[in-house]
Design a binder for this molecule. Structure first.
Ligand code: AR6
Ligand code: MG
Length: 357
């Protein structure tokens, strides 16, 4: 039976390096290539086919596709883990603040900006404080914690309990609502599972999701509050994803259900399970997406759903990249994206840092 490896087996270093690079590049490419379509209700598959064919085709001169807050913050997370040899909340908060004030127009969420301002005022003395005050104390439930968490999953891939704890804490710097926080944990686990799975052995999508549900069962508790229909919302959304993977119906009907039931918006609950679904659905061909390459298929499919295209494609790209590795990611696609050499270098340094005793 195809399987997810239950515990990290020793992977040879060149495979691991490919996967680190794949993850960081996947996250970047999803962000850069998805950003032009952010906010569209859905994107025509024909338009996207042309867009990807052109970018992947013979070199041509075109403005480079800029990355957004997703990558700006992912880079900070990676740099901080490298510099501090692990998670240091104050250092990470300082890097977020420095990056935001150096380049504020990257499409940050409307409210997270307040966290950066407060952190700046108090010189990051209490790095977890300002996030707790968001939304009158309810905390942000946006996908901003999840969109940047991939480097945490890479860095702590040899220590699963630490991976969970640091994913949680890295999210809490800006997102204290359980939904925002647990979305980051789910995304970190999905990257971890992608990293551990071997493409030549294949992935069974059902097993992958059930494994995520089991792991989220350990994370989710039942005090979400009365407004939640379900006590374990991420497990519920993952079970919806599981059903949709096998759903009968026309491609358009299924896509409508994916958008309606899984969601494509900036809430972590309605975007992280969607990203996981995109990765798993793209393991096999998708009607009207013409490519042999399942990494590209993942991004093309994620963007076609519309909504928060850059972040959903970035999260799906991070999982897919961690699974397929750098060699699956076309260099032409990379060349059109701002910062591609930089994130590859970050991937290498992240791997060197986490393998140091
Ligand atoms: N109650 C009501 N609305 C909320 C709540 C809440 N508790 N939490 C979040 N929102 P923010 P992010 C809504 O600012 O998560 C960018 O495109 C509210 O409308 O914490 O870092 C990024 O690339 C708020 O403005 O930012 C991400 O894709 C919005 O969610 C995305 O935005 C975003 O929450 C989320 O960024
Ligand atoms: Mg976004």
């Amino acid at each position: 039976m195809q399987r997810i490896l239950p515990v990290m087996t020793k992977m040879d270093l060149s495979t691991l390096s490919q996967k680190f690079r794949g993850c960081m590049l996947g996250s970047l490419l999803g962000d850069c290539l998805g950003a032009p379509y952010e906010g569209d209700s859905s994107v025509s598959k024909a338009v996207l086919q042309q867009y990807f064919d052109k970018i992947e085709g013979p070199p041509f001169k075109a403005p480079i596709k800029q990355y957004t807050d997703d990558t700006a913050m992912t880079k900070c997370v990676a740099e901080s883990l490298i510099d501090c040899r692990g998670f240091d909340p104050q250092d990470m908060a300082k890097k977020f603040v420095k990056e935001f004030f150096a380049s504020p127009r990257r499409g940050y969420g409307q409210n997270v900006v307040r966290v950066f301002m407060k952190l700046k005022d108090q010189k990051c003395e209490d790095p977890f404080g300002p996030a707790k005050e968001q939304f009158d104390g309810a905390g942000s439930l946006g996908n901003g914690g999840a969109m940047r968490v991939a480097p945490v999953a890479l860095f702590y891939h040899q220590d699963y309990p630490a991976l969970i704890e640091k994913a949680r804490k890295s999210a809490l710097l800006t997102h204290t609502n359980k939904l925002g926080r647990d979305g980051a944990i789910l995304q970190a686990i999905a990257v971890y599972q992608g990293l551990q799975s071997i493409p030549s052995e294949g992935i069974d999508a059902t097993t992958f999701i059930k494994e995520l549900m089991n792991k989220m069962h350990e994370i989710e508790d039942d005090d979400y509050g009365v407004e939640m229909e379900e006590c374990r919302p991420y497990q519920k959304q993952l079970s919806v994803a599981l059903d949709l993977l096998d759903a009968d119906g026309s491609p358009d009907d299924i896509n409508t259900k994916v958008c309606d039931l899984l969601g494509t918006n900036i809430a972590a609950l309605y975007s992280v399970p969607t990203a996981v679904f995109c990765f798993l659905r793209a393991l096999r061909p998708i009607p009207d997406i013409e490519t042999e390459n399942p990494f590209r298929r993942t991004l093309q499919y994620a963007i076609s759903l519309g909504g928060d295209t850059d972040t959903i494609a970035s999260m799906a790209g991070a999982i897919a990249g961690a699974y397929y590795g750098q060699s699956a990611i076309s260099e032409s696609l990379q060349r059109h994206c701002e910062g591609h050499a930089e994130v590859m270098d970050l991937a290498d340094r992240l791997m060197a840092a986490c393998n140091k005793p």
